[in-house]
Design a protein around this ligand. Sequence first.
Ligand SMILES: [Fe+2]
Ligand SMILES: [Fe+2]
Length: 322
Amino acid sequence: MTGFTLAHFSDPHLGPLPAASWQDLANKRASGLFSWTRNRVKIHKPAVLKLLVEDLKAQSPDHITVTGDLVNISLPAEFKAAARWLETVGTPDNVTIIPGNHDAYVAMPWADSLACWAPYMLGSRAPGGPETLPQNGADFPFVRRVGSIALVGTSTAVPMPPFIAAGRLGAEQLCRLRDQLRYLGRDGLFRVVLIHHPPFGGGAYKRKSLLDAQDFQEVLADAGAELVLHGHTHVSGLARIQTPQGPIPVISVPSASAVAAGHKDPSRYHLYRISRSADSWRVEVDIRGLNTTQDAFVPQGSMALTIPLIVSKNVSVAGAAA
Ligand SMILES: [Fe+2]
Ligand SMILES: [Fe+2]
């Protein structure tokens, strides 16, 4: 397999916000709406997002991934609007998404929220199992195989109290993630784990962090993965998770709709050109971002990663299809 191109962008934070009733706002959404009207509306621009999508589609990637925060305060009308917007990005065949914390801003019935985007989260729920649509928030992770690429979509999106933007995978999802990664490792696939929150400890940003990041790292150290893509931070980032098999790259992108503001980065997306040799994966990462006049996306650098090819033999996986 040569030249598979995977595109990644994140955190579109689609605007404008639809009208909301007083009942809609009698919860955490009230503080979210205040934050939107005071700050976020000046940062997240639909015109910037439109430029990104146009530029990305002109690059003709083989598949597109979006790592959450499609909406802002989880109003039912936001989910419907985001479903219409997703149709402008691509079809469920060539676009895979996962939710972020803003997509579970408050507890919502599945049918009025993430069910609107279910076709973009079609995948195997059990190792080697058939692809199915998610039925509820417990139906993660899912695996979508595209050639030699396996996209593993997780969810860290759980409702949190006001002013808390943390996320959690939970013990059950971590267990299934381990099984899925082990199973995919037997086939020597390029495993891309999609996760909204960065999989690192909280430090000064604990109220925004992944609460079980250490457990996630231990699963990856045990079961393996070739690449982790995330959003949430709204900045470009490159880090690594150390494992016995070698470091796993962990890469983030800024918000897809953002103009330059404060300590956050303006909009960017990445193109991962993935190819395989006899003993390793070669990944060329092209970075494209908003120019200073905010009217076009332009090349903003590139980097190359070489990742050892790992085929896990004799690994038993609970519940795996033969
Ligand atoms: Fe975000
Ligand atoms: Fe987020």
